[in-house]
Design a protein around this ligand. Structure first.
Ligand code: HEC
Length: 486
């Protein structure tokens, strides 16, 4: 037997070190950047010093950014010298206007000490890619439980019918709520989700995927089991709220869009990332696969729709129809909602008066850098425009065959025939902004949610005005909005 002297020596040395340090102070490992430092920064700093917002000319969303000086030009992080590192000195500043987080409470000593020690230990982050957002390094968050009861109805952004059309999922605060469509009964709650739920898609009778998060701080796309009443997997995380989610027609892949302008496509079964793209100049608002599975398209506040090859995420083309003024089709405006048109194409809507139905291949032929682009776009005339008749921005859309239902700022739900020039017709109304709209798979029902926290269910045949209820368990002492439609 070979006696491993080196190994034995190491054990003794380690023991000696431990005993030695125990004698002076409690044994403590070095600060770990990912576990100890990144969470402090993400929670307390990046809302003002993130990728989008860089107050004081300083960003902290990646390690690389943290290390760069801000507007002052002075060291943000000077390794082994916390006193001369603005990140630390501004946290302990006695000048209340200078102290960070600005305008907030002074952070607890344990956090301030962690930052000081990390810097004084050399500001090390072994194995950390300095360009990767801290939120990504930290991985998925676990979320606190949803409130048992709400003190007031929460604004609602997401709504989706189950595949059999008998239940409706709405996004609550840190949870998804499942409602009986016919009776309005709360059937189930699935909690432990991100604070805000911005999008919901059902995968099957039990599972759904959600997109949500906290603006400027964290986002995720996750799988939720209704039966289990909780999150069962996280597909991807983002450094900003996830605003949209879409499942491929074959059910194998999920694309999620983020307010930071990025799209991530993952394999549903394994959560393996397939591709990532970041080509929008502003927030992504909506996302869809084409019905034939060939394309993924994302709508943006930047007034364009980006079309990606669904297999590898390469940019196929940019649809500019919402970013052009031509003749009566006026209104350069953000795009808020998208749905597949049944073939390779898409239906999109946002600001402006027009729902636009278009095909990526034709859009590609119409776009480009040529000087006559604007003219080409309209003379080719491939886009079909349908007037929706709403005033203000349109945030949500549901498609049944060639009929589009749209709603938004005005609170009115309009039915628009995409195939004819028939005038649009109001089929329902809420007292405030509508953020989410869904149609049942058989096309017989519409569900709308919005700012007031009311879920409204309307038959599409117009026989009744439908029902409406507050889609959250609100404490009985809380002020109640109306629960029935007139
Ligand atoms: C509510 C917004 C807000 C939050 C949260 C915030 N800051 Fe700031 N920060 C500012 C503003 C505004 C400035 C620019 C004015 C100034 O220098 O005081 C600034 C400036 C700074 C600067 C100086 C940059 C330079 O070189 O001029 C540092 C360093 C800094 N912040 C660190 C932090 C740290 C660390 C945190 C988290 C613990 C944090 N900030 C949280 C608003 C914020």
């Amino acid at each position: 037997m070979i006696f491993d002297i080196k190994h034995a020596f190491r054990i003794v040395a380690a023991l000696t070190l431990t005993i030695g340090s125990l004698a002076q102070a409690p044994a403590r490992a070095e600060q770990n950047f990912v576990q100890d430092i990144a969470p402090i920064v993400v929670k307390n700093c990046i809302a003002c010093h993130g990728e989008r917002t860089a107050l004081g000319g300083y960003r902290m969303h990646t390690l690389e950014a943290m290390m760069r000086p801000g507007a002052s030009g002075r060291s943000s992080v000077a390794a082994r010298d916390a006193e001369h590192s603005l990140v630390y000195s501004r946290m302990v500043s006695t000048d209340i206007d200078k102290r960070m987080p600005q305008g907030g409470e002074k952070l607890p000593p344990v956090m301030i000490n962690a930052i000081r020690m990390w810097i004084n230990e050399g500001a090390k982050a072994p194995g950390v890619d300095p360009k990767v957002p801290l939120v990504k390094l930290m991985g998925p968050r676990s979320h606190p439980a949803a409130p048992v009861t709400y003190s007031a109805p929460p604004p609602l952004a997401a709504v989706a019918f189950s595949p059999d059309g008998n239940t409706i999922a709405t996004g609550g605060y840190r949870e998804v709520l499942i409602w009986n469509r016919a009776t309005g009964a709360l059937v189930k709650r699935a909690g432990g989700l991100p604070e805000r739920i911005r999008a919901i898609q059902w995968l099957n009778a039990d599972q759904l995927v959600i997109a949500g998060g906290i603006p400027g701080e964290y986002g995720e796309a996750a799988v939720v089991s209704v039966k289990a009443g909780r999150r069962t997997g996280v597909l991807t995380t983002f450094p900003d709220v996830a605003s949209s989610v879409a499942v491929s027609p074959d059910g194998l892949r999920v694309a999620a869009g983020c307010a930071d302008g990025s799209v991530v496509c993952t394999e549903l079964a394994t959560a393996k990332p397939l591709w990532t793209s970041k080509v929008h100049a502003d927030q992504i608002t909506g996302l869809a696969f084409s019905a034939n599975g060939q394309f993924v398209a994302s709508t943006g506040r930047d007034k364009v729709v980006k079309v990606y090859d669904a297999t590898d995420g390469t940019l196929y083309t940019t649809y500019n129809g919402h970013n052009r003024n031509n003749g009566r089709y006026r209104g350069q405006a953000p795009v808020f909602a998208i749905a597949p048109d049944g073939t390779a194409g898409f239906v999109t809507v946002g600001g402006g008066q027009w729902i636009q139905t278009w095909n990526p291949e034709k859009a590609k032929a119409e776009t480009g850098d040529a000087g006559d682009m604007e003219t080409r776009f309209f003379t080719q005339g491939h886009t079909r425009y349908a007037e929706h008749g709403l005033s203000g921005d349109v945030f949500a859309m549901a498609i049944v065959g060639t009929t589009a239902y749209v709603a938004g700022e005005s609170g009115s739900i309009q039915k628009v025939n995409l195939a004819s020039d028939e005038k649009s017709k109001e089929v329902g109304k809420q007292v405030d902004w509508i953020y989410g709209l869904a149609a049942s798979p058989d096309g017989k029902w519409l569900a709308a949610v919005g700012f007031k926290g009311v879920l409204q269910v309307i038959p599409t045949d117009g026989t009744t005005t439908g029902t409406a209820w507050v889609a959250a368990p609100v404490a009985s002492s809380a002020p109640k909005p109306r629960t029935k439609q007139k």
